[in-house]
Design a binder for this molecule. Structure first.
Ligand code: SF4
Ligand code: SF4
Ligand code: FES
Length: 246
């Protein structure tokens, strides 16, 4: 076991535990954006930075393992200011159409902006402009809202074992792409939707066919057959604690 001190609280954790997990153990909230336990632990976004006594600069708490005798500060003025700067830079290159976004009220970036009391965007420079990819029958990709957390890339690789998407380019041109930048419709994507489920913002969303269904329901010459996907039926069954039948 490892003993450390976080914000004046003594914590004991198993060797290999990150500072973030150690803090969560004693209900200290460190904000995160790119982190997704066991799936995306790359330390990319730097929202989770903390100060560690005796170390210069900031430490990325989602990847830094706790060490014996460590003294950690998660909420100093310096830490809060640096996190705010990370958030400001992220928002400066983000399509902020929250009211009409499918993730309004359920967006991790929106929640962070609220938690940090953001009422203005400090940096208003050049923005990336991406074409929306809606060619696939089920997934819409809008990278104007992407925060480059790479959760989708890791999910596609590690959860689905597909690898249909990848990080591309560097610096300001960094983006999430497919082989030769094809539409998701033209690569090996299976449209499982796992990447949508793990995207923290509205950059990935399901295609909504509700309007077409209503149109067909109104059409007296069309027989409408409704079908629930097997995965949805299984999901509902699990929620109600039903047994799995072979
Ligand atoms: S829908 Fe599934 S296969 Fe396609 S990119 Fe997302 S995670 Fe990968
Ligand atoms: S599409 Fe979503 S999950 Fe993928 S990198 Fe962008 S914000 Fe992250
Ligand atoms: S949450 Fe730790 S670097 Fe993104």
């Amino acid at each position: 076991m490892i003993k450390l001190n976080i914000d004046g609280i003594d914590v004991e954790v198993e060797e290999g535990t990150t500072i973030l997990e150690a803090a969560r153990k004693v209900n200290i909230n460190i904000p995160t954006l790119c982190f997704l336990k066991d799936i995306n632990e790359n330390g990319d976004c730097r929202m989770c930075i903390v100060e560690v006594e005796g170390r210069r600069g900031f430490t990325t708490s989602c990847i830094q393992k706790a060490e014996e005798g460590m003294v950690v500060r998660t909420n100093t003025e310096k830490v809060i200011d640096a996190r705010r700067m990370v958030l400001d830079l992220t928002l400066s290159n983000h399509e902020r159409e929250c009211l009409t976004c499918v993730r309004n009220g359920n967006c991790e970036l929106q929640k962070l902006a609220e938690d940090f009391g953001m009422t203005d965007i400090l940096y208003n420079g050049e923005r990336n402009k991406y074409e929306i990819d809606d060619k696939s029958p089920s997934i819409v990709r809008d990278f104007n809202k992407c925060v480059l957390c790479r959760r989708c890339v890791s999910t596609c690789k590690k959860v689905q074992g597909i690898g249909a998407i990848e990080s591309a380019n560097r610096g300001f041109a960094s983006c999430i792409s497919t082989a030769e930048n094809h539409s998701l419709n033209d690569v090996n994507c299976t449209f499982c939707g796992q990447c949508i489920a793990n995207c923290p913002v509205g950059a990935l969303k399901e295609k909504d066919n509700t309007k077409e269904v209503w149109e067909k329901l109104k059409d007296k010459d069309t027989y409408v057959v409704a079908q629930t996907a097997p995965a949805v039926r299984v999901g509902i069954g699990e929620e109600f604690g039903m047994p799995i039948r072979k």
